[in-house]
Design a protein around this ligand. Structure first.
Ligand SMILES: [Zn+2]
Length: 297
């Protein structure tokens, strides 16, 4: 009995935990290596990079070793990652219908007959569970996932906000697809500036310590544009360090960080108003997006 317990405990060692950056977290503390899994940690995320710069993610309920996968484009790679982590995949969560995110759904569903495929519209391949704003479901036993409708990049864009039921003090996690990027936002393919302003403001209502997992590794280019618009913002020092030291920046910043450096969430700042020549927030959002589209930093 004693040996079984030891095996279970040792099975979790060693774990490197990189805390997300926040206004109250020094860079040194953010890079601290913990000897064990923090006791509050019942949710874990494993990024699965695919294609040129896309991210799928495993969202793991540590209590049951069941996991949802976000945007499982490369089904073989997702399977290998799940096997390596020793988790059972129980659902696929689709951030939006674009092929580079939902293009693996059909193959995934065929590989996992009867599995739940979640998404915001019937344009999502293999959809079994259509969700809308405010819908809530559970992954495993402990992870509560709330759907946040953020139409603009596509009309079916859904952000998934995950929290732990048993350890509510654990920071929440938000999967933002192509709506919110670190220091940027998605293009307005099916929407307008007013909708993106609404979407990012909505994400801004999440607790500041919510950890952000976005759909692409665009952070470096987004930061260059941000610095161009808001060169005096000291928050970019932290982001600059993150970009220089981490190949994958996803999951290493928070909603609070985004509010400090993401120009698309800082429409009332004097820097954005000056760069866009607009004091109206929606007009500033439109101009900012146009400037980003033509920016060749
Ligand atoms: Zn997209």
């Amino acid at each position: 009995m004693l040996f079984q317990r030891l095996t279970i405990i040792l099975g979790h060692l060693p774990v490197t935990y990189r805390a997300p950056l926040s206004a109250h977290t020094s860079l040194k503390a953010a890079q601290r290596t913990f000897a064990t899994t923090p006791t509050w940690r019942t949710m874990r995320v494993v990024p699965v990079p695919n294609q040129a710069d896309n991210y799928a993610y495993l969202l793991i309920d540590e209590t049951t070793k069941k996991a949802a996968v976000l945007d499982p484009y490369d089904v073989g790679k997702v399977k290998r990652y799940a096997q390596k982590e020793g988790v059972e995949l129980v659902s696929a969560l689709t951030t939006h219908h674009h092929h580079d995110h939902s293009g693996g759904n059909l193959e995934f569903a065929l590989e996992h007959p009867g599995i739940t495929v979640v998404g915001g519209s019937n344009a999502v391949p293999a959809l079994t569970k259509k969700v809308g704003d405010g819908d809530v479901f559970t992954v495993g036993e402990d992870i509560s996932v709330k759907c946040l409708a953020t139409p603009c990049h596509t009309q079916d864009s859904i952000c998934y906000y995950a929290t732990s039921k048993s350890k509510p003090e654990q920071p929440g996690l938000v999967f933002t697809g192509d709506t919110l990027f670190q220091a940027g936002c998605g293009r307005f393919f099916e929407g307008n500036a007013e909708e993106m302003h609404k979407a990012l403001s909505y994400l801004g209502t999440l607790p500041d310590n919510t950890i952000v997992y976005n759909g692409h590794e665009y952070t470096n280019s987004s930061m260059k544009f941000g610095k161009h618009v808001d060169p005096e913002n000291p928050a970019f020092q932290k982001l600059d360090h993150l970009v220089k030291t981490e190949e994958q920046t996803c999951g290493k910043s928070t909603i609070g960080d985004e509010k400090s450096w993401n120009v698309f969430m800082r429409l009332t700042s004097s820097a954005v108003q000056k760069a866009t020549g607009e004091s109206d927030e929606v007009a500033a959002m439109k101009k900012l997006r146009d400037l980003k589209n033509s920016f060749r930093g």
